[in-house]
Design a protein around this ligand. Sequence first.
Ligand code: DGL
Length: 277
Amino acid sequence: MSDAPIGIFDSGVGGLTVARSVRDQLPRESILYVGDTAHSPYGPKPLADVRRYALDVLDDLVAQDVKMLVIACNTASAAMLRDARERYSVPVIEVIQPAVRTAVTVTRNNRVGVIGTTATITSRAYNDAFAAAPHLELFTQACPEFVRYVEAGDTTSRELVSLAEGYLQPLLDEGIDTLVLGCTHYPFLKGAISYVVGDGVRLVSSDTETANDVYRTLVRAGIERTSSAPPTYRYEATGTSAEEFLRLAEKFLGPEVSTVELVETGTITIPHQRRTP
Ligand code: DGL
């Protein structure tokens, strides 16, 4: 069991920010990553659809004998975390609680903002998670266009900054001192977001916090990898375009993602190698 891979799942490539942090913090662990690119993006979709898609992918990951599930997607975490914890016997880690815990400890004025996809914000999953800290005031804002900008490779343009100003000004008007980046894509916008919110607002992103949770859970369950053989990293996508996954994966995780396997309901169909330039 301890030598089995950690299963990491996202709607697409955004969860690679979490995979990156897990690799950095736990270099001995093997990873099996699945991006549900057939249904991505999840953000604009009804929560019931997201829940169905996500459970399908997690069922496939469990069938491939992963020792832990990491839901590296805020929208999926918002839609089906409770179902996942009831459904699987392996530990399930998600991205909302780790970020909330950090925000609770870093805020000084107890006024916290959360940004995310439309589905994440309308689900009120962050409101529920922050309910354990009733002394905090929470202000949420959907930023539906951010994912599209990141995937197009635009993380710095004036157009993006002005979009960010529009999204973030209402939160600044509320006097927040902490902002949770409640979407796996948003760490790529840290430069633009921190430029807009200024030095007085601490940014909290779930990628590193989630990797901390993965480590803690492995140790508590006594399932850290012990093999001296090098770890394995596999990347799967449910969509039809391996090229598109690899293009974005290179941006999110770097050139080490060189191969993606296109899968359909858990069956590997087409291994696809990045073309060497
Ligand atoms: N991974 C999603 C999230 O963290 C963003 C991308 C999408 O909308 O599917 O919410």
